[in-house]
Design a binder for this molecule. Structure first.
Ligand SMILES: [Zn+2]
Length: 185
């Protein structure tokens, strides 16, 4: 019996060490630092942030609605970010469209100069991944985030600027704080 209890003690000790080791490994692998203020941006201030013009040329339905939703959310993050709508593609700084490019992305931005950009949602990739309304909205908001200069945030940071099929209905507290740091309230 003494032998058994010693054996149990030993087993418990080993289990405890293993648990601590696994927890330590998990936490050091998954905890990436959130990016704040200047670190949250990959580009300088969008010089036309206060007078952006948006043309929504995406497919009707999910894509069109998501880009309008993203525009509304970004527009309301700061009084110095103004995104006005236009029906004239040629006068726009931000042009939204739908794409079937031979690539693996869900959403994409192509910068044109310092202030202009083309933002896209992928038709088949998002459909095949079973995108919900919230997934489309997150992706549209994410691309508007890039349009205003925001960089990616690493998992598991609570941010629209994380990559992937995620569910967000608005920019996170961190995203809003970073945007107002750069553009003011
Ligand atoms: Zn991105």
């Amino acid at each position: 019996m003494i032998f058994m209890s010693r054996k149990n003690k030993f087993a418990k000790l080993i289990l405890g060490i293993l648990t601590v080791t696994i927890l330590f490994t998990l936490s050091s692998v998954s905890v990436e630092a959130a990016k704040f203020n200047a670190d949250a941006f990959s580009r300088s201030k969008n010089p036309r942030a206060s007078q952006l013009v948006f043309f929504n040329g995406a497919d009707g339905g999910n894509h069109f609605n998501a880009f309008n939703y993203g525009r509304d959310k970004m527009h309301s993050t700061s009084s110095n970010i103004n995104i006005n709508r236009t029906t004239d593609r040629h006068s726009a700084n931000i042009i939204a469209s739908s794409s079937n490019a031979q690539d693996t992305w869900f959403g994409l931005i192509r910068y044109v100069g310092n202030s202009d950009s083309n933002i896209m949602l992928h038709r088949t990739n998002t459909t095949n991944a079973g995108f919900t309304t919230a997934n489309y909205r997150k992706t549209a908001m994410h691309e508007f985030g890039h349009a205003l200069g925001l960089d990616h945030q690493d998992s598991p940071t609570v941010s629209v600027m994380r990559s992937g099929k995620l569910t967000y209905s608005d920019y996170s507290t961190l995203d809003k704080s970073n945007l107002t740091w750069r553009y003011g309230r």
